[in-house]
Design a protein around this ligand. Structure first.
Ligand code: ADP
Ligand code: MG
Length: 781
């Protein structure tokens, strides 16, 4: 079986050529199937008496897979030619290319391969050589590709694009059959097309004259070959049929695609000589740059943010799975990653819906799916609705502006907020979040006067605020200061609360962070809200200063002074309780991701702890975590700050320092060590964090000394077991490999140890866990 594709610009005569060719082949005794791959769906029209035929795409839209039958979409035409039309969406919406893919997939499932045939002919629109229209030119389909053109420049331009498309498929074998000249009677037509054919190195297989016989035949509902078998065109199609038969028997040569460059096309258009190059290089693809994503897509970021407004109807325009995954990851994020169960945990709320775009909608467009849900929400009385797009509507070109206009016309007073988060396939949840933040800030009613002693907290995710007891402490402090209510802009709020939030006098950023600052700036600039200069306070002295400043700026000095006194008293009590224990103990600190440890350093120092080393940990690979490059601390001069990028380096330094406590967030594994490691969480808001921290550390350090921790309160120091391990024999190659794994930087001590091991010796001064690690790196030998 030979598969032939006929490509060319729209209206150039592909269908005329295809159906005449099919008819001629059939006359010569071949069993032919013709598949029309043009949304115009008129490829086979004159093989079936000018009738319309049910297209595959219409059929699968109305018929469930189990009931589909090939005979419903395949008609027998003149000469016994089997006819199929792919069809496609209305012009301007949906994705016709995707339709072609679906058609091929569907007819295969319906058993097209089991039908007995000698030649399959694909009649394909060649103006857009997108992935879908390129399907027939894939290796598994077309064995031979004909390109129909006239002498018009646009037709030649399309012909050249088809060759480029073929080139991009990196064809495994020569497959271009040549050029079919279908005359339009432009001046010097033959000469122009010959120049093109010379340029691309392809023969002009046949030259079909322009003739009124075509129109006459069509009036009869027939092809020229059938209606006027003795006409010139009919005999030419006979020659073309012979050419196809020659290909099918392997006696006719096929060609590789060598499209013209843009410059050469310009030469052609200008009537200049085309410089023919010996070698044509494949043009570099510009879309394979690697972009650093932010873990998920813009749509998910947008849904994540918008979902914090409890009663805002959110429509995720996209496939059902997108909606599901978005809701799901939200829960997972909070419950497992953050280890917390904030108000936001129940996020799989019924205010989030998905348009559940199907395969059909990706071809025919998703407008109807979306309008249906918008109407349902609007009919419930909702007058603010947010639509967040996913990639699919973006790629198929759904027109959201049009939908907005239509919906708002249909429902007076409706505000359809469209967040176009589509099209970003490689990440950027931050982008989506910001888009939603902007939209939500737009909801705020500018006209409200700030009169209520209530507080708006500003954050885009409230993750830190929701961690541990941060929110509890913050709210307690605010209440003490007289702010009776806290509104989270935005988290677990209602739309009215957002709209009316300007009535609350205190606006505070939870954190000093670019996104949060961006929100605050927008609230100040767009809505005239007064934002308090300081973010929420962390630890003792920060809180004192914060309380004083709030007192001054909001005219509540008396109250703030009383609160300050209380804070001082609470802190002093805590120090009194814990100082006898901490006095003189030593600590090493490894910087956290936020690099904001002053509140913790403060309370440790106040309790009498000596901080020996402060390691600023910076990951080298990927540049992911670590504090900002400009490490800032008000204790900078009092700390021994050491910048390190290799966890093992830090580990060895800590071992050398051998403090009573190691506080840090780097996962190195300290098994068998004599000190405790305290991982840090983000419970740092207000002076309560400082007090709680001392309680926590005290409890931890006096708890049962398992895993070789140093023990306190009279117990014997337990010693890790050392020196019992078997020697490990490794090769130079393995040492090199470990070096590479460590980013090319190996601590000298480790290198020395490895060299000893290479000699089969038991290395000196290597702790068992490092030995264990080397074992696992070298495959345990
Ligand atoms: P395509 O399939 O490339 O879009 P068609 O085959 O449908 O183009 O042709 C478009 C119109 O041009 C048809 O009405 C057809 O009758 C007419 N046509 C095609 N080739 C010729 C020709 N050689 N002489 C006169 N009319 C032609
Ligand atoms: Mg056509």
């Amino acid at each position: 079986m030979l598969q032939v594709a006929v490509y060319g610009k729209g209206g150039i005569g592909k269908s005329t050529t295809s159906s005449n060719l099919s008819f001629s082949l059939a006359k010569k005794g071949a069993k032919v199937l013709q598949v029309g791959c043009d949304p115009k769906h008129d490829s086979t029209k004159y093989l079936i008496n000018g009738k319309e035929q049910t297209t595959v795409l219409d059929y699968i839209r109305s018929t469930p897979p189990s009931q589909r039958k090939l005979e419903n979409i395949m008609l027998e035409g003149s000469g016994g030619v089997m006819c199929i039309e792919a069809g496609g969406p209305e012009p301007g919406i949906g994705c016709a290319g995707r339709g072609i893919l679906t058609t091929f997939d569907t007819i295969e499932k319906m058993g097209i391969n089991e039908i007995d045939k000698d030649i399959t002919l694909y009649d394909v629109l060649g103006d857009v050589v997108c992935g879908g229209f390129a399907v027939p030119m894939r290796n598994e389909y077309a064995d031979a590709v004909y390109i129909v053109t006239s002498g018009e420049f646009m037709a030649i331009y399309a012909a050249n694009n088809i060759l480029r498309g073929l080139l991009n498929f990196g064809t495994s074998r020569p497959r271009v059959a040549g050029i079919i000249l279908n005359r339009r009677n432009v001046e010097n037509e033959r000469e122009i097309v010959e120049r093109f054919s010379d340029g691309v190195g392809l023969p002009i297989v046949v030259d079909i004259p322009r003739s009124d016989e075509f129109i006459e035949a069509e009036r009869l509902g027939k092809t020229v070959s059938e209606a006027f078998p003795d006409s010139v065109p009919a005999s030419i199609y006979g020659q073309l049929a012979n050419d196809v038969i020659a290909i099918s028997t392997g006696v006719r040569k096929l060609y590789d695609p060598h499209p013209l460059s843009d410059a050469q096309l310009n030469d052609l258009a200008a009537g200049k000589a085309i410089t023919v190059l010996g070698n044509f290089k494949r043009e570099a693809c510009h879309c394979n740059k690697v972009r650093r994503g932010t873990g998920s897509c813009a749509s998910r970021g947008a849904v994540f943010a918008a979902g914090r407004v409890n009663d805002l109807p959110i429509i995720i325009h996209g496939p059902a799975s997108c909606g599901y995954v978005m809701s799901h990851t939200q829960d997972v994020h909070f419950l497992t990653e953050m280890g917390t169960n904030p108000s936001t945990a129940g996020i799989l709320r019924n205010n989030i819906q998905s348009t559940r775009m199907s395969n059909d909608s990706s071809i025919f467009g998703g407008h109807e799916d979306l309008m249906r849900i918008i109407r349902a929400e609007a009919n419930k009385g909702k007058r603010t609705i947010m639509v967040i797009t996913t990639c699919v509507p973006g790629m198929i070109g759904d027109n959201l502006d049009l939908i907005k206009k239509k919906a708002e016309e249909e429902y007076p007073g409706l505000n359809l907020v469209v967040v176009k988060a589509d099209g970003n396939l490689t990440g950027g949840s931050e982008e989506g979040r910001l888009m939603v933040m902007q939209a939500i800030i737009d909801f705020i009613d500018e006209a409200r006067e700030p009169v209520d002693m209530e507080c708006n907290l500003i954050d885009d995710n409230f993750i830190v605020y929701s961690s541990g007891r941060n929110s509890e402490w913050t709210n307690r402090l605010l209440k003490d200061l007289g702010f009776s209510k806290v509104h989270k802009i935005i988290d677990n709020v209602f739309l009215d609360e957002v709209v009316g939030c300007k009535k609350n006098i205190l606006n505070v950023r939870t954190f000093d962070d670019p996104t949060v600052n961006g929100m605050a700036n927008a609230m100040a600039e767009k809505k005239g809200m007064k934002i308090f200069s300081e973010p929420l306070p962390k630890g003792y002295s920060d809180t004192l200063a914060w309380v004083e400043k709030v007192g001054k700026e909001y005219g509540i000095e008396e109250r703030s002074q009383a609160v300050s006194e209380k804070i001082k008293q609470q802190y002093a009590e805590a120090l009194e309780r814990h100082r006898p224990f901490f006095e003189g103990k030593t600590a090493d600190i490894i910087s956290g991701i936020l690099g904001d440890d002053d509140w913790m350093i403060e309370v440790l120092i106040d309790a009498g702890v000596q901080i020996r080393n402060y390691y600023v940990f910076r990951m080298r690979i990927g540049g992911g975590s670590g504090p900002s490059p400009d490490f800032e601390s008000r204790y900078k001069d009092r700390l021994n700050v050491r910048e390190m990028s290799n966890p093992l380096e830090i580990k060895m330094a800590v071992q050398e320092s051998n403090p009573d406590m190691v506080i840090g967030g780097v996962m190195i594994g300290w098994h068998g060590q004599q000190f405790k490691e305290f991982s840090r969480d983000y419970q740092c808001f207000t002076h309560y964090a400082s007090i709680e921290y001392l309680d926590y550390m005290h409890t931890m350090m006096t708890s049962a000394p398992t895993m070789g921790w140093r023990s306190w309160e009279g117990e014997e120091e337990s010693k890790p077991e050392t020196g019992k391990a078997e020697p490990v024999k490794i090769t130079q190659q393995q040492i090199e490999a470990i070096k590479v794994m460590m980013g090319g930087h190996m601590p000298p001590k480790m290198e020395a140890a490895l060299n000893q091991m290479k000699e089969g010796k038991m290395p000196e001064g290597v702790p068992p866990d490092m030995l264990q690690m080397i074992k696992s790196m070298t495959g345990g030998h």
